[in-house]
Design a protein around this ligand. Structure first.
Ligand SMILES: NC(=O)C1=CN([C@@H]2O[C@H](COP(=O)(O)OP(=O)(O)OC[C@H]3O[C@@H](n4cnc5c(N)ncnc54)[C@H](OP(=O)(O)O)[C@@H]3O)[C@@H](O)[C@H]2O)[C@@H](O)CC1
Ligand SMILES: Nc1ncnc2c1ncn2[C@@H]1O[C@H](COP(=O)(O)OP(=O)(O)O)[C@@H](O)[C@H]1O
Ligand SMILES: [K+]
Length: 525
């Protein structure tokens, strides 16, 4: 289970350990420096062989203190190291000051404070233009989890930071300077923003949530962990968790009748608007629902019949027809929204949310718009519902939360997509899957899960029409198989990205359900 921490959560874990006498700030800082070097050499073993050159940028807080430790330890390994300092030595926190002194004032190049001097910047620039060639590694120990506002000094530094291009390894200590640890946004004021993007980010103790949200993933490079030796106490209950590969056991089928594996009813729109619901229906069937029926208006029966085989068809013209259809309790999950049309979605939603049996209900697309337009409907959502909004739909449903999320404060902590999803799920009383390259899943009890499709899980081809319909179908299919809503949402999100990764370039939504059997084989389902 991989927890993702905010700056505040990390601070309280460290603070508790120090207060309990389990460790000291100085010991943690030493361990952070050691862990950093282990992590760099593990991620880039080729650096272990040579006598490399490193430039370490140290800032005014404890992140800077880590930088002095790293500089000292790298030097002890025979590296040529130059440390630069942005800050006032007399204002350094105690442990950082101890490491500043230990490395040696005379060997630390001051860059000027509170403004970086031209001379300081020129000296730093010369590191990249020296006869000794480019540094092998540049380390960003300027600001870490303590940064809670724009550091304007990063603006000039950001240009120098990029010198040398791909020939230089850029490593961030804990988080890249300029990134908000909580929201993954870049700190900015009046349109001015700056950040030092990294090829490798070494997070201490636990991964920081901002590395997985917003602009975090594209600016952190590879993210690895360094152990600080803190006791593996339970993470805070409020900590978010990364969505991980599902256990194959959870996806395998036991013996039984088709209806033992559930029956999804997907409700489509009228003539010419059935594609989205057909995609969802096929996805639900492929992921293992025992049976899937598409409910369409009579006018669309013939065209749907021409497209579907294993998916069954029924006519659902109006609210009464849906009420009758729900009398069949084997239809244990309903998927409504894709291609339904807002008016029809509103009519059918009223029936679904009045259904006493509170069966599994996946609401996407037009059903979300209908929900946003009707407070009474919204208030009838229950814990067996799943909402799957993209950014636009989320804005319609929760305009106030979106406004809070979009407004980067001048000073942190910032309100994040994770905070918004948690609040949305609690308000709706059901699971909310807030989609995007960083998909955040919240459950009404406050649980929070993140799936970030970046790095080796990047799937730009998933930005294709109908991909969301397939996700809704996957969730519905898994719920039909009696997976709890939150588990179905997590599992479907992971499989959805996995299908896109596996298929690769050229992916369109139709390909995704048909990629599932291959994924299942690979997982050993
Ligand atoms: N706690 C622990 O036990 C351990 C901590 N560890 C390490 O400490 C890091 C957190 O350290 P930290 O909280 O000291 O803040 P840090 O991220 O270094 O920097 C931000 C500070 O700079 C200050 N600031 C000054 N000038 C500024 C300016 N112009 N622009 C913006 N800010 C400016 C700013 O204060 P402000 O002026 O905003 O009040 C703020 O106080 C953490 O990431 C990890 O690397 C590890 O060693 C393990 C043990
Ligand atoms: N660049 C991307 N990387 C990863 N996932 C993406 C990306 N773009 C879109 N997605 C995913 O694709 C799906 C798109 O859903 P949605 O916006 O509802 O599209 P549609 O309405 O066309 O089906 C979501 O699950 C979203 O998370
Ligand atoms: K940093």
């Amino acid at each position: 289970m991989c927890e993702l921490l905010t700056a505040g959560q990390m601070r309280s874990i460290e603070g508790r350990a120090i207060a309990a006498g389990e460790t000291t700030g100085l010991a943690l800082m030493e361990r952070a420096g050691e862990g950093m070097i282990d992590a760099i050499l593990t991620a880039r073993p080729e650096l272990a062989a040579g006598r490399c050159r490193a430039v370490v940028l140290c800032g005014p807080g404890n992140n800077g203190g880590d930088g002095f430790v790293i500089a000292r330890l790298l030097e002890a390994q025979g590296w040529r190291v130059q440390a630069y300092f942005y800050g006032d030595a007399d204002q350094l926190p105690t442990d950082a000051r101890a490491n500043f002194d230990r490395f040696g004032t005379a060997r630390i190049q001051a860059m000027g404070f509170p403004n970086i001097s031209d001379a300081g910047l020129a000296l730093l620039r010369s590191e990249f233009e020296s006869d000794a060639g480019l540094p092998d590694v540049v380390i960003d120990a300027l600001f870490g989890t303590g940064l809670s506002r724009l550091a304007p000094e990063l603006v000039p530094l950001a240009q120098v930071w990029r010198l040398g291009g791909a020939a230089v390894l850029r490593v961030a200590v804990d988080v890249p300077s300029g990134l908000c640890t909580d929201s993954g946004h870049i700190w900015e004021v009046e349109g001015k923003a700056a950040l030092l993007p990294a090829d490798l980010t070494v997070c201490f103790h636990r991964r920081k949530i901002g590395c997985y949200l917003g602009e975090g993933p594209e600016n952190c490079g590879q993210i690895v962990l360094a152990d600080l030796g803190l006791a593996p106490t339970d993470p805070p209950a409020s900590a978010a968790r990364l969505v991980e590969m599902p256990a194959p056991r959870s996806l395998s089928k036991s013996q039984g009748h088709k209806y033992d594996h559930g029956h999804v009813l997907t409700l489509s729109g009228g003539s010419g608007a059935g594609g989205a619901a057909r995609l969802a229906a096929r996805a639900a069937l492929r992921i293992g629902a025992g049976a899937v029926t598409l409910g369409c208006p009579a006018e669309a029966l013939t065209e749907n019949a021409a497209q579907l085989n294993a998916v069954m068809l029924t006519v659902i013209d109006d609210a009464q027809a849906l009420t009758d259809s729900l009398k069949d309790q084997r239809r244990n999950v309903i998927c409504l929204g894709p291609g339904a049309g807002v008016e029809r979605a509103a009519t059918l939603l009223a029936v679904l949310l009045a259904d006493y049996s509170k069966r599994g209900t996946v609401l996407d697309a037009d059903a979300l718009t209908a929900l946003a337009q009707d407070k009474a409907l919204f208030s009838r959502l229950h814990s067996n519902c799943v909402l799957t909004p993209h950014g636009g739909e989320f804005r319609r449903l929760f305009p106030d939360l979106t406004a809070k999320m979009d407004k980067m404060p001048l000073k942190g902590p910032a309100y994040s997509k994770a905070d918004a999803t948690r609040e949305a799920a609690q308000r709706a009383g059901c699971v909310v899957v807030f989609k995007g390259p960083d998909t955040v899943i919240g459950d009404p009890s406050g649980g929070l899960y993140l799936h970030t499709a970046t790095g080796d899980r990047a799937v730009p081809w998933l930005a294709t029409a109908g991909a969301g319909d397939v996700l809704a179908g996957f969730i519905a299919g898994l719920m039909a198989r009696r997976m709890p809503a939150i588990v179905a949402a997590k599992t479907a999100t992971w499989l959805h990205v996995e299908c896109a990764r596996s298929f690769g370039a050229g992916l369109i939504a139709e390909d995704m359900p048909d990629e599932l059997p291959k994924i299942f084989r690979q997982l050993g389902v």
